[in-house]
Design a protein around this ligand. Structure first.
Ligand SMILES: Cc1ncc(COP(=O)(O)O)c(C=O)c1O
Length: 392
C-alpha cells in the first residue's frame, strides 16, 4: 500500500496487505509451530519456530511500528509481559527510575521480583522535570520508565524534556503509552527509545484479547539493548497465540473511530462532572484545571484520551470512599470491571484494586469511556451518584 496515505487509511486497511496465495483481503492465521528447512539446511521462508516468529504477528507488528514511527515492533502475550521484558533485558545492579503514579501491577512487580532480581528501583515524581533531572544526576541510571497519562490520576509527564535529560546521562527511556494510544502521542518522535502498549486495551479495543507490544526507535533495532529484549522474547516465549494476534489486527483496524469517540465522550463527561455538586475533583488531562493540561496540549494530538477519574464528596451518611463504591454498584450502563480501552465503558473503585502503598485516593472512581452515547453515560453516572448518596 502507498505508505503516503493518511494514518487513518493505513490503519483501516491494515497497511493494505493481501494474501499472496489466495488474494484474500484478510490475512490468514498461521497455526503451525514449526517450518520446513530447505535441502541446503537453510530456512528459505525465514520462519523457524513459532515461539518467537509466527508470521501472523508480522502484520500487527508492522502496523504498530508504522503508527509509532519506530523501527521494529514485537508482540507479547500481555502488556505486562512486554513491560517486564524490558526490565529482564537489564542486568543485576542496574538502576531504574520509575514514576510514583503508574500501572500498579508493574510497580508491584518492580518493587518485588524486579528488586529480587537485582534491579535498583527508585520512584520519582515524573510530573516534576526538575526532580527527574536531580535523580538522573544522583547516580548512573540505566533506564527511565514513563507512563503518561499515568494510571489512575492521569498524571502527565513531559516526554520530550525528560528524554533530553535522559540522553545527556546515557539513560534509556521507555514509555508506557497504553492510554495515549499511538494516535494521540508518539513517544519515539519525542526522544524515547522504546514505547510499550498493553494491546489488551485500545489497540484491540474489544475486551477479548490479552496482548502487549514494544516498539523500538529508528536506528536502534540492532542496538545491544533491543537485541537483548528480542532474546527475552524468543527464549522466554511470552508471545500471543496466532488467533489473538489476528484478532488484535482486526481490532486495530477501527482504532481511529474508537479512540476518537472515547476521547469525545471522556471530554464531555469530564466537563459535565466537574460542575456536579457531588464531585470533589475530576482528573482528566483535557481539563484546564488538570495539573498536566499544558504539557498534554503539547504532546497529545487529536484528544486527551478516554480515561478519567472522579473523586466523590462524602455526606452526613457516608464517606467519599463509601459513596464511590456505592456509585459503582448502582450504575447500569457502566460495567463494573477492571481494565480499560474497550468499546464498553468501565467503572472501577481503583483503591480496592491497588491495595497498600497506592497513591490512589480512596474516594476515586476510574472511568474508561467507551463508545456509547455520551449522554447515556452521563445520565447513568449521575443517577448512580444520586442513589449512592441516599441513606438506605
Ligand atoms: C497502563 C497499563 N500498562 C500496562 C498494563 C498491563 O497490561 P496487560 O493487562 O495487557 O498485561 C495495563 C493493564 O491494565 C495498563 O493499564
Amino acid at each position: 500500500m502507498n505508505k503516503k496515505a493518511s494514518e487513518q487509511t493505513l490503519v483501516a486497511q491494515a497497511l493494505g496487505h493481501i494474501d499472496k496465495e489466495t488474494q484474500a483481503v484478510v490475512l490468514p492465521i498461521h497455526i503451525a509451530t514449526t517450518y520446513l528447512r530447505g535441502e541446503d539446511n537453510s530456512y528459505p521462508s525465514g520462519n523457524v519456530y513459532s515461539r518467537d516468529n509466527n508470521p501472523t504477528y508480522k502484520p500487527a507488528e508492522e502496523l504498530l511500528s508504522t503508527l509509532e514511527q519506530g523501527a521494529q515492533a514485537l508482540l507479547f502475550s500481555s502488556g505486562m509481559a512486554a513491560a517486564v521484558s524490558v526490565f529482564q533485558a537489564l542486568r543485576p545492579g542496574d538502576r531504574v527510575l520509575i514514576p510514583k503514579v503508574m500501572y500498579w501491577a508493574l510497580r508491584n512487580w518492580l518493587l518485588t521480583l524486579g528488586r529480587d532480581g537485582g534491579l535498583e528501583v527508585v520512584s520519582v515524581d515524573m510530573t516534576d522535570t526538575d526532580a527527574v533531572a536531580a535523580e538522573l544526576k544522583a547516580a548512573p541510571t540505566r533506564l527511565l520508565w514513563l507512563e503518561t497519562p499515568g494510571n489512575p490520576l492521569w498524571s502527565v509527564s513531559d516526554i520530550a524534556a525528560i528524554s533530553a535529560l535522559a540522553k545527556q546521562q546515557q539513560t534509556l527511556i521507555a514509555v508506557d503509552s497504553t492510554c495515549a494510544t499511538p494516535l494521540l502521542t508518539k513517544p519515539l518522535t519525542l526522544g524515547a527509545d522504546i514505547v510499550m502498549h498493553s494491546a489488551t486495551k485500545y489497540l484491540n479495543g474489544h475486551s477479548d484479547v490479552i496482548a502487549g507490544a514494544l516498539v523500538c526507535a529508528k536506528g536502534t533495532e540492532q542496538s545491544e539493548f533491543w537485541l537483548r529484549v528480542r532474546q527475552v522474547r524468543s527464549q522466554g516465549g511470552a508471545v500471543p497465540s496466532p488467533h489473538d494476534a489476528s484478532q488484535l489486527l482486526r481490532g486495530m483496524r477501527t482504532l481511529f473511530l474508537r479512540v476518537r469517540e472515547s476521547c469525545n465522550n471522556a471530554m464531555m463527561l469530564a466537563t459535565e462532572l466537574e460542575q456536579h455538586p457531588q464531585v470533589l475533583e475530576v482528573l482528566y488531562p483535557g481539563l484546564p484545571s488538570h495539573s498536566g493540561h499544558a504539557i498534554a496540549k503539547q504532546q497529545m494530538h487529536g484528544g486527551f484520551g478516554g480515561m478519567l477519574s472522579v473523586r466523590l464528596k462524602g455526606n452526613e451518611h457516608f464517606s467519599g470512599e463509601q459513596i464511590a463504591i456505592r456509585t459503582a454498584a448502582k450504575t447500569q450502563i457502566w460495567k463494573r470491571a477492571t481494565s480499560l480501552g474497550g468499546v464498553e465503558s468501565l467503572i472501577e473503585h481503583r483503591a480496592s484494586v491497588e491495595g497498600e502503598g497506592t497513591p490512589c485516593p480512596p474516594d476515586l472512581l476510574r472511568l474508561s469511556a467507551g463508545i456509547e452515547t455520551a449522554q447515556d453515560l452521563l445520565d447513568d453516572l449521575t443517577q448512580a451518584m444520586t442513589a449512592a448518596a441516599k441513606a438506605n
